[in-house]
Design a binder for this molecule. Structure first.
Ligand code: GLU
Length: 307
């Protein structure tokens, strides 16, 4: 059965969400994102949801989730409760994956990370040219899964080897048959520009694995639609990923939300903050005597005027 979903009507109330992954402690970058969402929800008179993106069972832990909820409550952001927890909705993602499979757009690949690395090196040596990388700097899929016969695939699955389920990117794009765009809005929700989406730059992205019937890309798209999210407000680091999300929305027949990719807070080394940097962790700042208003100042959001 298809995930039937009516298009979002712009007269419906705005719905925003903050969607952290409980694989470490929240830091100032998360605070900025949560506060940006809260500010826009308030301006638009909309709803503010919290989603726990915990499909990665090896990295996500309940104690991180508890700490996250405590940090957000301390910041004073009023999310609707309870949050949606992705690990509780695997069947919904499996269904979406089935829809893509029914379109002939999914295949299994059995190469390990090491094997893929070696394949890339082989191709680079053979052609004298560097193998293309995706916007995150990861080499595009260089394996042979797309060309496997059904018998080879069944044999691979029966052997018990781990596998990834990938999107046939070129076929998916040509199936759509028209240019893809998304609309970027400003902090008031006003249209800034239409952005041309280029999902091809990600290659045959992984949409699920042997032991998890989904991936970040698939579950974020399904949940944003099922939760009627109208405005997706998240960091600039996810700007390029939006191209994959727009493609999946179109293939699955889901509504198109508006997007705002906000600035990032960078560490002293000029890189994006990471969950392992204790100095910018909200819990550490709180323990050091910072108030929620101090956090707002540190990330450049004034809760008195911005929220
Ligand atoms: N769960 C993602 C993260 O923590 C954010 C997903 C999103 O906002 O689309 O980076």
């Amino acid at each position: 059965m298809a995930l039937v979903h009516p298009p979002i009507s712009r007269s419906d109330p705005a719905v925003l969400r903050f969607a952290p992954s409980p694989n470490g402690a929240l830091h100032l970058g998360h605070a900025l994102s949560a506060l940006e969402n809260a500010a826009m929800a308030t301006r638009l008179g909309g709803r503010l949801l919290l989603r726990i993106e915990d499909i990665d069972r090896t990295r996500c832990r309940p104690e991180f989730e508890r700490a996250m909820l405590a940090d957000l409550a301390w910041l004073g952001i009023g999310f609707e409760m309870p949050p949606r927890r992705q690990s509780e909705h695997l069947d919904t993602y499996r269904q979406a994956l089935g829809q893509l499979d029914a379109l002939g757009l999914i295949y299994a690949s059995f190469e390990s990370r090491g094997e893929l690395k070696a394949l890339v090196a082989e191709r680079e040596a053979a052609t004298g040219r560097s193998w293309p990388i995706d916007p995150d700097g990861v080499p595009l899929y260089a394996g042979t899964g797309a060309a496997m016969t059904a018998a080879e695939r069944n044999e691979g699955v029966a052997s018990g080897r781990p596998f990834a389920l990938r999107l046939r990117m070129a076929e998916a794009i040509s199936r759509l048959g028209r240019p893809l765009t998304w609309t970027e809005v400003d902090e008031t929700g006003a249209r800034l520009r239409s952005v041309a989406a280029d999902p091809a730059c990600w290659g045959d992205v992984v949409l699920a694995r042997k032991d998890v019937p989904t991936s970040y890309h698939l579950s974020v798209v399904v949940d944003d639609a099922l939760q009627d999210v109208s405005h997706i407000v998240r960091g600039q680091d996810l700007f390029e990923a939006t191209a994959v999300h727009r493609l999946l929305q179109e293939l699955l027949g889901l509504a198109e939300p508006l997007y705002r990719h906000h600035r990032l807070i960078l560490g002293a080394d000029g890189r994006k903050l990471s969950k392992s940097e204790a100095a910018t962790g909200l819990a550490a700042l709180r323990a050091g005597g910072a108030s929620p208003a101090d956090i707002g100042r540190l990330v450049g959001i004034d809760p008195r005027t911005d929220i």
